[in-house]
Design a protein around this ligand. Structure first.
Ligand code: HEM
Length: 123
């Protein structure tokens, strides 16, 4: 029996890139999320690409460049409310729906992100 990472199952680097590319325009258009993010979203987008690559079992791009993720800590500077966590996940759900990933895999990805999103709530 062979096991695959989410990264492999999704199709590797191009798939993560597509998710991130589809995700941030939704974040930037969301009334609850947009005010938290800088106008030039590209550096955030790049870090998210690196982070999700490693989070889903691909190469450790994020840690190699930025050290230990400590992702909850990195979010403490921003008021993350439950409403914002739900909004973030909804943007991700809609981004995934625009891809051609199988719906079961979309569900797995979303579930995998739901824990961290709620864990980052700090306000
Ligand atoms: C719960 C709702 C969330 C909100 C409101 C939120 C908001 C933010 C904000 C405002 C930033 C900083 C942007 C800047 O650099 O100016 C950020 C960075 C980041 N977020 Fe989130 N985020 C959320 C959830 C998540 C989740 C679930 C993940 C991944 C599991 C994630 C991964 C990241 C990464 C990788 C960065 C870049 C960190 C760095 O600077 O190295 N975020 N987020």
């Amino acid at each position: 029996m062979s096991y695959q990472t989410i990264y492999e199952a999704a199709g590797g680097a191009p798939a993560i890139r597509e998710i991130v590319d589809r995700f941030y325009p939704k974040v930037q258009a969301h009334p609850l999320l947009a005010p938290l993010f800088p106008e030039d979203i590209r550096p955030v987008q790049e870090k998210q690409y690196e982070f999700l690559t490693q989070f889903f079992g691909g190469p450790s791009l994020y840690s190699d460049k930025h050290g230990h993720p400590m992702m909850r800590g990195r979010h403490l500077a921003f008021p993350v409310t439950t409403e914002r966590a739900e909004a973030w996940l909804d943007c991700m759900r809609r981004a995934l729906e625009e891809t051609s990933l199988p719906p079961e895999l979309q569900e797995i990805i979303l579930n995998r992100l739901s824990g961290p999103a709620h864990h980052f709530v700090n306000s």
